[in-house]
Ligand binder design. Structure first.
Ligand code: SF4
Ligand code: SF4
Ligand code: ZN
Length: 313
């Protein structure tokens, strides 16, 4: 596999990936969507909710907030020494206490106070609830590592797409300069130069063949490579797109090695594990008080749609 970066920003990455079968690139796409772990809010404790939204709606909205993820700091809670109860090694806490100073005040992700400064919402402008003057929301929330296969909130990409590399050729000897290909191509692949159509942005072509059908003198030929692709990754902001790609390849490699061990007579190649960066000490989460009689609105809510909702008595 040969990879060339074509364009890169904080949240997007376009690459040319060559010498790879379509099945393999699709497997990597699916792994990036469904099996690359990220942090997302999994548990919300509602201490006070005077907003017009149900507790579960607020919890659901919080769950879908993309959070910046640091792999080296956290372990999946099911693999943690706390056995999934939740501790500073496997979860990051947030608190939020807002009271609307005026009608129409919008509580946003900027009101979430993170326990770990490295696990924060990707934007502080995501609305959570609109409040009337004096209405309050007080919550605690806990984010954990998870994968998109379990819930879409753990998906690190909003888009991961690939297309076969297009080739567009114009036979200038046949071209009569009618400009129809320039008008019909919605991806601005052609330009007129000296009364002839020329290809100016070949990689933008979607292989729709409209130009071929439009050109009356058959001057245009459109084809594509079978094993070379243009891959576009758009991150939610949880991870840099290159990290998502690298992590996707890493998960693929582990799956491949696991498959090899299942073949009869094959000895698996042992890959040395990358040492985990030392966990920096975080302030201990304050113990939740056990109150004999909690307020009627105190609700502990799992943000995943399949999870049960518990009302604390
Ligand atoms: S449609 Fe065909 S003939 Fe017309 S400008 Fe394009 S290539 Fe030339
Ligand atoms: S195949 Fe479609 S996208 Fe590609 S150059 Fe022709 S009209 Fe444009
Ligand atoms: Zn733990």
């Amino acid at each position: 596999m040969k990879v060339t970066v074509l364009e890169q920003t904080d949240n997007t990455l376009q690459m040319r990936v060559e010498e790879v079968r379509p099945g393999l690139i699709n497997a990597i796409r699916r792994i990036m969507l469904a099996e690359t772990p990220t942090m997302a809010i999994e548990e919300v404790v509602i201490l006070e909710n005077q907003s017009p939204l149900f507790d579960e709606i607020i919890a659901h909205r919080l769950g879908l907030v993309p959070l910046k993820t640091n792999y080296d700091q956290y372990v999946v809670s099911s693999d943690c020494t706390c056995e999934g109860v939740g501790c500073h090694l496997c979860q990051a806490g947030f608190t939020m206490e807002v009271e609307a100073p005026e009608d129409g005040f919008i509580a946003t992700t900027g009101d979430l106070k993170p326990q770990d400064p490295e696990v924060v919402p990707v934007s502080d402008k995501i609305p959570i609830a609109k409040l009337a003057k004096g209405q309050r929301i007080v919550i605690e929330a806990y984010a954990r590592l998870g994968i998109g296969q379990d819930h879409a909130k753990w998906q690190p990409v909003s888009t991961m797409a690939y297309k076969m590399i297009p080739h567009v050729k114009v036979d200038t000897n046949k071209c009569d300069g009618c400009k129809e290909c320039v008008e019909v191509c919605f991806r601005q692949v052609f330009e007129m130069q000296k009364d002839k159509a020329v290809v100016v942005d070949e990689k933008n072509c979607t292989l729709c063949n409209l130009c071929v059908e439009t050109c009356d003198v058959q001057a245009i030929a459109v084809s594509h490579d079978e094993n070379n692709f243009i891959v576009t990754i758009e991150s939610t902001g949880a991870l840099p797109p290159m990290t998502i790609f690298e992590k996707g390849l890493d998960v693929f490699r582990k799956k491949y090695e696991e498959l090899i061990t299942l073949l009869p007579g094959r000895v698996p190649k042992v890959t040395p594990k990358k040492p985990r960066a030392k966990k920096k000490a975080l302030p201990k989460k304050p113990k939740k008080k056990k109150e004999p009689k909690a307020p009627a609105s105190k609700t502990k809510t799992k943000t995943a749609s399949k999870s049960k909702t518990k009302k604390k008595k």
